[in-house]
Design a protein around this ligand. Structure first.
Ligand SMILES: NC(=O)c1ccc[n+]([C@@H]2O[C@H](COP(=O)([O-])OP(=O)(O)OC[C@H]3O[C@@H](n4cnc5c(N)ncnc54)[C@H](O)[C@@H]3O)[C@@H](O)[C@H]2O)c1
Length: 390
């Protein structure tokens, strides 16, 4: 056995699943199906009381899967080897962890610098799932994608729910009803799922993305791709920010498409930056009364100028929905997908013999390692921590 692995009998590895504390968070990091796989491999799994209740996984299903239920946070975290979470832990939780504990979940480090600094000081190891590289080998652990899938689906349903029209064409004794037009701005993972969902509901779907490569995926779902002579694909397949001239061209084309749509779902984002504004207040005024905008970028500034994060507002007769944490609205399946992502990630950390690696040289582990051995390992977070003198 390498010196980088620590010998453990599986039973010595205690995997703890927290009850999420963030307001509106209904998801849970491990579902009974995944817990059963872990306990069957011999690991001890502890689940905080009611951790799965918000996603409709009651405690008794975890017990049937071989887990122990911990009545509270202190009992859960005491002696835990690995802690699984969806949202970042609170500082009070970090205080209860021992130095060798490994925490895995979304870390949202830029907005949780004090917690990151505390994990560093307590020599906790933390992996941020949002940093998992988008390489083929990491697809099964890509929680950004699984949760964007849940968000895109929920956005299409929210759009349909708020729309006063039918989405499909209907031929009835009362005459023929034209199908609704749905426009999706931003055809990444969430946008493509929103397209597929709106198509299944029978709408006519159009979509636009600054990455020309998205066109083929949009067309393969049976939707129309709006072409603009801009290709803003940059490093790693993500979009770059547009130049001022490109932004003007984009807004003109987007405005015309927005004006004819019954539902607009916006998902455009640029990693680490404020979301681009694609729909101005003047464009909203050109939409039909009863039209709906669902702005998936609401939490990062909004793709529509009139979006209010966490609220549904009506402007010029248009309903503008600014949802927060959409994946939590489909918590049952969002949790199932997230838990499978974690199970796959865990397979990199614990080998079949039950040894827990402490040398995180694997490409995926190295890229997603946020804190270890008393140091912040992710350079952009380290820069922010130093800037804030934490
Ligand atoms: N394992 C993999 O290989 C893997 C997995 C998931 C995603 N990806 C790729 O990563 C990329 C990002 O996906 P994501 O869903 O996380 O994206 P994201 O959430 O960062 O952004 C959503 C979409 O908004 C688009 N966008 C940005 N600015 C825009 C603008 N001004 N106007 C219109 N659209 C704009 C982006 O191009 C992207 O498609 C995509 O190329 C996707 O195919 C690869």
């Amino acid at each position: 056995m390498s010196t980088a692995t620590i010998a453990h009998k599986p039973k010595d590895i205690v995997i703890a699943v927290v009850k999420e504390q963030a307001a509106g968070e209904q998801r849970v990091a491990a579902v009974p199906e995944v817990v059963h796989k872990l306990t069957s491999s011999g690991y001890e799994v502890r689940v905080e009381h009611d951790a799965g209740a918000g996603a409709f996984y009651p405690d008794d299903l975890y017990v049937a899967a071989g887990a122990k239920i911990a009545p509270g946070r202190a009992e859960l975290l005491d002696g835990a080897t690995i802690v699984l979470c969806v949202q970042p832990l609170a500082i009070a939780d970090v205080e209860m962890l021992s130095a060798s504990t490994i925490v895995i979940g979304f870390m949202n480090a830029a907005n949780n610098l004090s917690t990151v600094a505390r994990m560093r000081d307590r020599e906790v190891t933390a992996f941020a799932l949002e940093l998992v590289p988008r390489i083929t080998r990491a697809q099964s652990m890509d929680a950004l994608s699984s949760q964007a899938t849940a968000g895109g689906y929920a956005a299409a349903i929210l759009g349909a729910y708020n729309c006063p029209k039918f989405l499909p064409m209907l031929t009835t004794a009362a005459g023929t009803i034209r199908p609704a037009t749905v426009l999706i701005l931003g055809a990444g993972v969430a946008g493509l799922t929103a397209i597929a969902t709106a198509k299944r509901l029978g709408a006519m779907v159009e979509a636009y993305d600054v990455r020309r490569a998205a066109g083929e995926q949009v067309r393969s779902l049976g939707a129309k791709f709006l072409e603009l002579e801009i290709n803003a694909e940059s490093e790693g397949g993500y979009a770059r920010e547009l130049t001022p001239e490109e932004k003007v061209k984009e807004q003109q084309m987007v405005s015309a498409a927005v004006a004819r749509a019954d539902i607009v779902i916006t998902t455009a984002s640029i990693p680490g930056r404020k979301a681009p504004v694609l729909i101005t207040k003047e464009t909203v005024a050109t939409m039909h009364p009863g039209a709906v905008i669902v702005d998936l970028a609401a939490e990062s500034g909004g793709n529509c100028e009139l979006t209010q994060s966490g609220k549904t507002v009506k402007e010029h007769g248009v309903t503008i929905v600014g949802p927060q944490n959409l994946p939590a609205r489909v918590a049952f399946h969002a949790s199932q997908m997230y838990a499978r992502n974690l199970q796959s990630f865990l397979s990199l950390l614990i080998n079949e013999g039950g040894a827990l690696t402490r040398e995180f040289t694997d490409e995926i582990l190295a890229a997603s390692l946020l804190v270890s051995a008393g140091e912040v390992r992710h350079q952009p977070t380290l820069d922010l921590i130093r800037g804030g003198r934490l």
